[in-house]
Design a protein around this ligand. Sequence first.
Ligand code: PLP
Length: 467
Amino acid sequence: MPDRRALLRTLPAIDRLLGSRILSKLEETQPHLLILEAAQKVVDDLRQQLLDEQAPLPDLETEAVAELVAVRVALMAKPSLRKVINVTGTLLHTNLGRAPLCNDALQAIKEVAQGYSNLEYDLDAGQRGKRFTHVEELICKLTGGEAATVVNNNAGAVMLALAALSGGKSAIVSRGELIEIGGSFRIPDIMAASGVELVEVGTTNKTHLKDYADAIDKETALILKVHTSNYRILGFTEAVSGEELAELAHQQNIPVLEDLGSGLLIDLTPYGLPREPTVREALGTGIDLVTFSGDKLLGGPQAGIIVGNKDVIDKVRKHPMARALRSDKLSLAALEATLRLYLDPQKALQQIPTLRMLSLPVEELQRRCEKLLPQLLTHLGDQADCSIIETTATVGGGALPLAELPGCVIALAPKQISLNELTTRLRSCETAVVGRIQDDRFLIDPRTLNQEDEDLLLKALKQIFCR
Ligand SMILES: *Cc1c(COP(=O)(O)O)cnc(C)c1O
C-alpha cells in the first residue's frame, strides 16, 4: 500500500507545471490567467484524489499533469454561449435561443455592427433621428397599425404599455387570461411591477362582456386582453371578443391593450396549423394597442413590438421606461431585415427559418430521414438500433400549444450505453447536440436540424460510438 499522504509532497509545483514543455507552448495561444487557474484546479483535484482512499492513484509526473492542465484549458477556453445542434423538433425552444435568424438578418447585423450606422441619425435632414423609425413603417404596413415602436422583448413591451397607459390606476383582466409564460412572465406580477392595480373579472373558464362592464369605474385606466398562448381551456368556455371589448372600452373612453404573445404576421392555417389571430386581425377589431415578440413565430431577433393607435403609441414612447427598455442596433437591424421579407409572404416562408421549418411537408422530412439513416448505420455499425418512425413535433416557445406538426424522425436506441449516457455525451461534444427521448429511444428530428449541420451531428455520433 503506497502512503497516499506522503505522495502529496510529490505533486508538481505550479511553477514547475507552467514551465513544462506543453504549458510553455500553450502560453503562445492561451491567456496566462487561464493556464494558471487550470493548473491550480488540476493540482487541487489531484490532491483530493490522493486523499480519497477509494480513488485510483494518479500519475504525478510533471508532463502527465501538464497534459491534464492543457485539457482543462481547452475546456475553459470554449465560449460559454455557443452553438448547439437542436434535434428536438421543437422550433421555438426558449432554452435554445428561440428563432434562428434568416440570412438577410445575419447580413444586416454584420453590416451595422462592423462599423457606424444611422441608428439615431436622420441622413436626409443631417440631424438627430429616432431609432425606431427604421422599423416603424414596415410594422405598420404589415399589421395595419398607425404607429409602432420596439423594445427589448415582449415582457418589456407589456410592462411599458401598462405603465404608460395606466398612470397608476387600474386595469381589468379576465381571470381566464392571468397567465404565466416560461416560469417568469406572470401577468399579475408584471402588472404589479408596472404600478397597475389588477382588477380580475369573470372566472377561469368563462368571462362575459357584462363582467367587464360592471367592473369599469373611475379608477379604470384600461382593459388588458392576454392571448393565452401557451395553453387552452377546453370545454365550456367563453371569452369576450376584441370587437366587443374595444366597443365597450371606447364608450368609456379607455383604451384596450392586447398582449398577443407570438404575433403572427401571416395566416398559417394553409400549413395545417391551428387558427391564431394575426396582428392585423387583432388590430382590426378596434383594439388600441397590440404587443408581441420578435423571436417567436415572427422568426426574428428578440424584440417586443408595440403597434396601434398613434396617440397611444406616443404616450408609450414618452414614458421614461421606454428609454430603459430600448432595443439595441443589432436587434433592430435583424428585425428590419426579417420584416422586409414579409412584404412578399412567399419569400418569408422560404427564407425565414422558423416559417420554413414550420411548413416542411412530411414527405420532405421523410426524405431527409432516409438520406440520414444509411449514414448513421455506417457510422454506428451494430452499436445502436436505428429506424425511421412517424411522430409529431411541437412549436414551443409558448406558441400554438395544441399544434402537432406531423413528421418523421430517426429513433436511435444505443446497445452498449444507456440513453442517459448518450445524451450526456452528446451534450459534451465539440458541437453539443440536444434532442429528446421518447419510448426509450433518442429521437433525431430533421425538422430543426439545419442541413449544413448534418455532418457535425454524424461526427458527434461517430465520436461517441466509435472511440
Ligand atoms: C411569450 C409571451 C410573452 C413574453 O414575451 P418575451 O418576448 O419572451 O418577453 C408575453 N406574453 C405572452 C402571451 C407570450 O406568449
